[in-house]
Design a protein around this ligand. Structure first.
Ligand code: NAD
Ligand code: MG
Length: 402
């Protein structure tokens, strides 16, 4: 008999949130939706809440509360509405909740994910920026509270599935798994893998968001185009699996079918394959250690025909190089990398800067953080302060180029 999970879904209206609700709806005997949260698309949130019967909903402010109530069907009892960032973290730690899907985009998701870890929940971690900004703090919280951490990012979920059984027990390992030589992180190379370098300057947000294989939120889609996403994922893998940077290898694999691999000392490589559909890793995390239906169709290898692999080109993808540098420099640099990128990507999506300025802005902020850094920030407040400081600098750089 499996236990009934009571879920809190942070960022339920996003791409991961919607996929999570799709999997959950297939298993009413296993999962109950206790709480939902969103920052925008409040009408969609109201629709999700009445469809799932969520008991609690968290919105950012008064305006969102009013929109929620206006969208709520007349005559039906509304859920308990909670409001603001503190309520979000408190809800993730709510004693009623057994599992938290951390699917907010950006460092804004850190306090909620951390609260879930500190409360010892099962944490389904999609929000990679939380680990990039606070890897040390977050993993320590998982260990100390005995939380159960399940990586949802497809690469990390693949690696988790390919690790030796003992190592993949959903707790934060303090050392690399025995017998493992390297982690091989696959990357599609995004929409600009073959575009002439001198054309990159003129690419539009729509082109950058048109990922060849995955349908995702806009921020992560741009990150995939620049390959900063893969850089964030190297940092994420470093923390999740206690793996030194030198033992994490990025491999371009344009078909996005092999989701990542683990290379062992004896020469074996284990891979996890599947359709590029996030419902597979989400279902894995929800059902762990059992396998449950995700709604994802079978992968017909013979129809696929071939799988290609190549080395990433760091000249084409300077954001990947900057990420590896940041991990080498330490925690403060990783916070600056992520914060600068969030502002630069927003600037690009809103037409304020060009695509090729994204790495320039990140590099300026990284240089600044390395010269200024007085050691690694220890607490959540220190991390958020450094994050805010970098955001201000990156925003100034975006405006300077107007
Ligand atoms: P999205 O933009 O589609 O959704 C983000 C969600 O977070 C929305 O519900 C939004 O309302 C909420 N949100 C945004 N800003 C917020 C804030 N300041 N405070 C509170 N809530 C806020 O993003 P997504 O593509 O679903 O990605 C979510 C996370 O999962 C990201 O960290 C991303 O890197 C990671 N991830 C996504 C995919 C994917 O396929 N989409 C794959 C792997 C990892
Ligand atoms: Mg990924």
């Amino acid at each position: 008999m499996h236990a009934m999970h009571r879920l809190c879904i942070l960022g339920s209206t996003g791409s991961i949130g919607v996929s999570t609700l799709d999997v959950v709806a297939r298993h009413p005997d296993r999962f109950q939706v206790y709480a939902l949260s969103a920052h925008s698309r409040i009408e969609a949130l109201a629709e999700q809440a009445w469809r799932t019967g969520a008991r609690v909903v968290v919105v950012p402010d008064d305006a969102a509360r009013a929109r929620f109530m206006a969208a709520w069907p007349a005559g039906r009892r509304p859920p308990e509405l909670r409001q603001g960032a503190q309520a979000l973290a408190d809800t993730a730690a709510d004693p009623e909740v057994t599992a938290v899907m951390a699917a907010i985009v950006g460092a804004a998701g850190l306090p909620g994910a951390l609260a879930a870890a500190r409360a010892g929940k099962r944490v389904l971690l999609a929000n990679k920026e939380a680990l990039v900004a606070a890897g040390n703090l977050f993993m320590r919280a998982v260990r100390e509270a005995g939380a159960e951490l399940l990586p949802i990012d497809s690469e990390h979920n693949a690696i988790f599935q390919c690790l030796p059984r003992g190592a993949a027990r959903a707790h934060a390992p303090a050392d690399p798994a025995p017998g493992v030589r390297r982690l091989l992180l696959t990357a599609s190379g995004g929409p600009f893998r073959r575009v002439a370098l001198d054309q990159l300057e003129g690419v539009t947000p729509e082109q950058a968001c048109a990922h060849p294989n995955w349908r995702m939120g806009r921020k992560i889609s741009v990150d995939s185009a620049t390959m900063l996403n893969k850089g964030l994922e190297v940092i994420e893998a470093h923390w999740l699996f206690s793996m030194p940077l030198q033992r994490i290898q990025v491999v371009i694999h344009p078909q996005s079918v092999v989701h990542s691999m683990v290379e062992y000392e004896d020469g074996s490589i284990l891979a996890q394959l599947g359709q590029p559909d996030m419902r597979t890793p989400i279902a894995y995390g929800l059902g762990f250690p059992e396998r449950i239906d995700s709604g994802v169709g079978l992968l017909e290898l013979s129809r696929l025909g071939r799988l290609d692999f190549e080395e990433p080109d760091l000249l084409r993808f300077p954001c990947l190089r900057l990420s590896l540098d940041a991990l080498g420099s330490g925690q403060a640099a990783c916070i600056a990398l992520n914060a600068a990128n969030e502002i630069a990507v927003d600037g690009f999506l809103n037409g304020r800067i060009r695509y090729t300025q994204i790495p320039d802005i990140i590099e300026r902020c990284l240089d600044d953080s390395v010269t200024r850094s007085g050691g690694d920030p220890g607490s959540l407040d220190d991390i958020l302060a450094l994050d805010a400081q970098t955001r201000r600098m990156a925003a100034d750089l975006c405006h300077a180029t107007d």
